[in-house]
Design a protein. Structure first.
Length: 402
């Protein structure tokens, strides 16, 4: 059994040995997540797996989704039409879109609470892992003290190493090693449980992201394209153009009416009733202008209603599209973060497996001493990791509760 400390200094991350990965990656990853390592992300926005900004924007989307109507009658009322000659944009189609958006939004609370629980588990795991690790090292120290051994492997002379190499462990010491193996098994169980919890959050983040990118965004885009390809968008522009023309005609008629009424009485002091009937507000010319103006106003109202109906449909689809596009990719970072966290903890799990096998093969005090040296290199960083995980958990809880 060799001293593996040098492995940490060699090669790239992807080429690290199990031992080097277990002793190096946890601290580096946790420091990065805790904002203790400089990165392009503002430490205040780091969060844990989900950034502060992503939590805020996703919650805004969820609140928006809660207001989407899930009753066909309400959808019809909001759209202001019973049917439409565009495939995919009927009230029933919009209702189905709303239902899918609401169902997707309803998956967020579980993802948010799962991430919060994972932050708590991270803190708990760190404390337990450190406690068990220090317990194993303390047991080894007791065994070495029983043999009146102390110091590190580097401090031993070759002769002392040779002496330790022929110093076989006795039955009492082997019982202590068996206890150490049990401690390692406990750590392995907790490590695998944590990896499973991370995988659960990763799956939820992936499902949330895929729900957007693979389902909702293409669905909304298809409805937007259906509207554009139907020619309704051009019709809407023509309607607006017609409305503007009507406004000009109505304004002119209003002016003509005022002028007709005013001129009819100009210079009139007194006269027969017939003059009043043939002129002023009672005159046929003024009445004709008034009726035409009112007819155009009704026509304008009908056209505006058509524009409003189109606007309501486009507004609904566009609002959904804006939210979906904004959210796209936000949970991808959470998914990738969970995957990285799982990969780091997999190094720990693999190391614990190797450590158990190494302990089972320990026959001499030199082998036990070497194991302790390597094991301490894995355990020692967890003293600072533990502090960082407390910060991460507290900060994320504050972020989620805010």
């Amino acid at each position: 059994m060799k001293n593996l400390a040098a492995d940490v200094e060699e090669g790239e991350i992807e080429n690290l040995s199990v031992y080097a990965g277990a002793s190096r990656l946890p601290e580096e990853y946790i420091k990065l997540v805790a904002g203790q390592t400089p990165s392009a992300i503002d430490p205040k926005d780091m969060g844990f797996l989900i950034r502060r900004e992503d939590i805020r924007n996703t919650r805004r989307y969820v609140e928006f989704a809660k207001l989407l109507p899930l009753s066909l009658e309400v959808v019809k009322k909001r759209l202001n039409y019973e049917s439409i000659d565009i495939e995919g944009l009927s009230p029933e189609d919009i209702l189905a879109l709303n239902e899918r958006a609401v169902a997707h939004a309803n998956t967020w609370p579980a993802l948010e609470s799962g991430s919060k629980e994972l932050a708590r588990l991270l803190e708990s795991f760190s404390e337990q892992f450190l406690t068990i690790g220090e317990g194993i090292l303390a047991l080894i120290k007791d065994v070495e003290l029983g043999r009146r051994l102390n110091g590190t492997l580097e401090a031993l002379t070759e002769q002392e190493q040779e002496t330790l190499n022929v110093m076989l462990v006795d039955n009492t010491e082997r019982q202590a090693i068996a206890a150490m193996t049990q401690y390692l098994e406990q750590s392995k169980t907790r490590t695998n449980h944590f990896i499973k919890s991370v995988a659960g959050v990763e799956a939820m983040a992936k499902a949330f992201e895929q729900g957007l990118s693979d389902e909702l965004i293409p669905l909304v885009k298809s409805k937007m394209m259906a509207y554009k390809n139907s020619g309704k968008e051009h019709e809407r522009e023509e309607l607006l153009k017609t409305i503007l023309e009507l406004d000009e005609r109505i304004d002119k008629l209003a002016s003509d009416y005022s002028r007709s009424v005013g001129i009819s009485f100009a210079g009139l002091v007194v006269g027969p009733v017939g003059l009043l009937i043939s002129g002023g507000i009672f005159g046929s010319k003024a009445e004709k202008i008034r009726k035409e103006k009112n007819r155009l106003i009704v026509e304008r109202q009908e056209l505006k209603m058509q524009v409003n109906n189109a606007d309501k449909l486009i507004e609904l689809i566009d609002d959904l599209q804006v939210h979906f596009i904004d959210l796209q990719g936000r949970m991808l970072s959470a998914e990738v973060g969970a995957k990285q966290l799982s990969q780091v903890w997999t190094y720990i799990a693999r190391y614990l497996n190797e450590a158990s096998e190494e302990l089972a093969q320990v026959n001499t005090m030199l082998e036990l001493h070497t194991f302790a040296l390597n094991f301490a290199t894995v355990i020692n960083p967890w003293r600072s990791i533990k502090n960082y995980t407390v910060q991460i958990s507290n900060a994320f809880n504050e972020m989620v509760s805010g």
